[in-house]
Structures are given as structure tokens and as C-alpha cells.
Ligand binder design. Structure first.
Ligand code: PHE
Length: 436
């Protein structure tokens, strides 16, 4: 369960959630995101957990063993799930930026937003060495932890980093509540401005719900495969969802409070925590210096515990399928993502970017878009359909009815109808068929 919380709570909560909330104008987006998490996220998470819990193997083998018919064909569904790991291509690069920013916070914070923009822009488009160096560290840490396995590596790692992250956020949150900007932040996040909510915002809210809950890529599935037989899938999923949502909301409130307090803008895009925030920390004086170091440390912790879960499903697959040793599998997958990460870095560097940009998006942006908006939701849909329509209802009910009681039909309905419809709308929207 701890491993699953570590997976869910990541850059998605602290880096992405605040900036996409900023891009789509605050409250309305938050509301759609919360509704999606409860309706779609909850049903699909239980479905994904159930596949792992019943199958007890890697993502591909689980589909093969659980499908009552056409076992051969269902393995493609498992592969579909594994493609979500491609998130790691850019994830490790962003963890690298965070490492760099821990150093920036320790040595010299930029004094103004303009300066901060120059520092971030230079790192992104010119300083290939800096990015490579820190990306390499992120790769080494992730690979080392995964090589030690779920119980021996990932769980122990999370046992230290997650409480540390929570402690850091709690201190900053308490401080934020003493500032005037806090009430503005609450208003911004919880007063919906419907005019900003178009289909793009809706698609992003659904995509983000999947991303932040680590759904649709086998991470949650793999972790549930090691859940004890008497463990409750419902309690586990509620625990993960509650933990993930609370951390996203707290992180959002803290960041927006600081930004509003110092007259900064929330809608700064992916650079929000790397541009507006460092300048705000500078203005806060001594406490800002301490907070900035703590903040980037916490962000790195959140990122690392998710990164290991991005690599683990593929590693598990290599071990199961090809009898590879864990070390060899971890190094193979680590290197695979490491090299693609270098392409992601190059795709933002001034001189190489033109060669790695297609249709207005560079490789880095494509990796993000394809995974969060396309692959994770499609794999989520496949998992929902698999549990809702393919595995026999009696088998599903025999595990979940005792845990859910009267709620079972509600969940089953939502899995069979609400989640697929929401996901199909997302897909049709992506294809340009439905735009609202
Ligand atoms: N949930 C993680 C986050 O919010 C990202 C992630 C996605 C991790 C998919 C694993 C699988 O940052």
C-alpha cells in the first residue's frame, strides 16, 4: 500500500496539478478533476487492483491468465498497459531539473521573475551538461532501488521519503495559513469559473486523474499482486486516492498562497514551480530560503518514489517472461529510459530542438501528451472493460462483494458504464470528433 501511495504521489501532485489548474483558471478545473477522480479513478483503480490481486503476476501474464477466452489476444492489453511506462522518458528529466533546483535554492535564488525565467530558460535550452548530469543521478538512484526489488528496495525507500515529504508539506501549509494570500488561494481553487472550462480542460482533467493516480500502466496492478489474500482492495484504493488527492490540494493551496501573497501569476505553465516560485521564495527572505530547499527536496522525494514505480512493471515483465535476473532487468530498463530521456533533453536544447520537433510539439512534449492524454486513458479503458465485461461477474463479486456490501452494484455500474463513457468521450475529443 505504501508503494502504491509512493507511486501515486509524485510530480503530478506538486508540479503538474498546480500548473494545469493555473492554466485552466482554477476552481472549475479542480471540480472536474475531483469528480473524475471519484467516479472514474476510483472504479478503474479497483479494477486494476483486482487484475493484479487475482493474477498475481506481471501485467501481460495477468491478462492472459484471467481472460476466460482468447487468452492469446488479451496479452496485447497487457502490453498496452506497459506502454504507460513511457512517462518515465520525461519524468526522470524533470527529477533532474529538481535536483538542479535544490542546488539553485542552496546557492542563489533568482531575485525576480525575469531573472528566474532566464535561469530556467538557460537550463532548458542551453545547459545540456547540467541536465545530463542530474538526469544521470536520477537514473542511477531509480535503477539502484528497483534492482533491490519491491520489498527490499521500493518499500524501504518509500518508508523514509513519503513521511519526509508529508512533513515538509505540513510545515509549509501551516505557515501558508498564516498569510493573507491563503484565503485568495482557497477562493481561486474552489470557486469555479465555468467560462474557462472547454473540452481541452475536460480531457486534461481526465488525463490528469489517471496520471496522478498512476492508473493504466500496471504499477498499481503489480503492487496489488503482492497484497496479502485477506487485504482489502477497497480500503487500499481509498487510502491511495485520499492520500493522493489531499497532497495535491495541499500542494496547490501552499503554492497559490505564496504566489498570491507576492503578487505573482498562477498561470505560468510547466515553469510555475521553477520560475514564479523561486522568485517568490527569494522575496520571502530567510524563511523563503529554508522553504525553497525543503520544497525542492520534497518534490525530488515525490518524484523518485513514482519513478521507481514507472520502471517496476517493465522490470517485472522481463523477469517473468525472459527469466532475467532482477539486476539485469533493472539495468536494461533503466538504460532504455535513460537514453530516451537524453533525447527528451535534446528536444528542448536550442540547436537540436528543430530536429526533434513535429507538429508543434517537441519529443519531450510528445512523450507527456501521448502518455497522459492517450496511452494511460486507453489502457484504463481496456482494464475497465476487462473487469466489467470479460472476467465473469461471479469471480469479481466473490472478491469485492464481501468488501463492498451494498456498494458493489454501484461500483460495478460505474465501471461498466460511467468510466468507459468518460474515457470514450476523451478519445473522441482527442480525435477531433467531439469538441465542446
Ligand atoms: N502518479 C505519478 C505522479 O503523480 C506519476 C505516475 C504515473 C507514476 C503513472 C506511475 C505511473 O506523478
Amino acid at each position: 500500500m505504501l508503494a502504491a501511495v509512493g507511486s501515486a504521489v509524485g510530480l503530478g501532485n506538486i508540479w503538474k496539478f498546480p500548473y494545469i489548474t493555473g492554466e485552466y483558471g482554477g476552481g472549475a478545473f479542480v471540480l472536474v478533476y475531483l469528480i473524475t477522480v471519484m467516479l472514474v479513478g476510483f472504479s478503474v483503480m479497483i479494477a486494476e487492483m483486482l487484475i493484479g490481486y487475482l493474477g498475481r503476476r506481471d501485467c501481460v501474464a495477468n491478462f492472459e491468465t484471467l481472460a476466460p477466452r482468447h487468452k492469446e489476444r488479451w496479452k496485447y492489453a497487457g502490453w498496452m498497459g506497459l506502454t504507460g511506462s513511457l512517462v518515465m522518458i520525461y519524468y526522470s528529466v524533470v527529477i533532474g531539473w529538481i535536483f538542479h533546483y535544490i542546488m539553485v535554492a542552496i546557492t542563489q535564488l533568482p531575485a525576480t521573475v525575469e531573472q528566474a525565467e532566464t535561469v530556467f530558460g538557460a537550463m532548458l535550452t542551453q545547459h545540456i551538461g547540467t541536465q545530463l548530469f542530474y538526469h544521470t543521478i536520477a537514473f542511477l538512484i531509480t535503477t539502484a532501488v528497483v534492482a533491490k526489488g519491491i520489498k527490499g528496495g521500493i518499500e524501504k525507500f518509500n518508508m523514509v521519503l513519503i513521511p519526509a515529504l508529508m512533513g515538509i508539506l505540513a510545515v509549509m501549509f501551516v505557515y501558508a495559513t498564516t498569510l493573507d494570500g491563503f484565503s485568495q488561494a482557497v477562493g481561486y481553487m474552489f470557486t469555479p469559473d465555468w467560462s474557462k472550462l472547454d473540452s481541452e480542460a475536460f480531457v486534461n482533467a481526465v488525463g490528469h486523474a489517471f496520471f496522478t493516480l498512476s492508473l493504466g500502466m500496471g504499477a498499481i496492478m503489480i503492487y496489488s499482486a503482492s497484497l496479502p489474500k485477506e487485504g482489502s482492495l477497497v480500503k487500499s484504493s481509498l487510502f491511495v486516492i485520499a492520500g493522493d488527492t489531499i497532497i495535491a490540494l495541499v500542494a496547490g493551496l501552499v503554492l497559490f498562497t505564496f504566489l498570491f501573497q507576492y503578487g505573482s501569476e498562477p498561470g505560468k505553465g510547466p515553469g510555475l514551480v521553477f520560475i514564479s516560485l523561486p522568485a517568490v521564495f527569494y522575496e520571502m527572505g530567510a524563511i523563503g530560503n529554508v522553504f525553497s530547499v525543503l520544497f525542492f527536496l520534497g518534490l525530488a522525494f515525490a518524484g523518485l518514489t513514482s519513478a521507481v514505480s514507472l520502471v517496476e512493471p517493465m522490470v517485472q515483465y522481463l523477469i517473468d517472461k525472459f527469466d532475467m535476473s532482477r539486476l539485469k532487468a533493472a539495468v536494461t530498463m533503466g538504460l532504455f529510459f535513460y537514453l530516451l530521456g537524453i533525447v527528451a533533453i535534446l528536444s528542448q536544447i536550442e540547436w537540436s530542438a528543430p530536429y526533434l520537433t513535429w507538429g508543434g510539439k517537441n519529443f519531450f512534449d510528445w512523450a507527456d501528451y501521448m502518455t497522459s492524454s492517450v496511452l494511460l486513458p486507453i489502457a484504463g479503458l481496456v482494464m475497465a472493460v476487462f473487469v466489467g465485461y470479460v472476467i465473469e461477474k461471479e469471480r469479481v463479486a466473490s472478491v469485492l462483494k464481501p468488501q463492498m456490501g451494498w456498494f458493489f452494484p454501484v461500483w460495478y455500474f460505474s465501471l461498466r458504464y460511467i468510466a468507459p463513457v468518460a474515457l470514450v468521450i476523451v478519445m473522441l475529443n482527442l480525435m477531433g470528433v467531439i469538441v465542446f
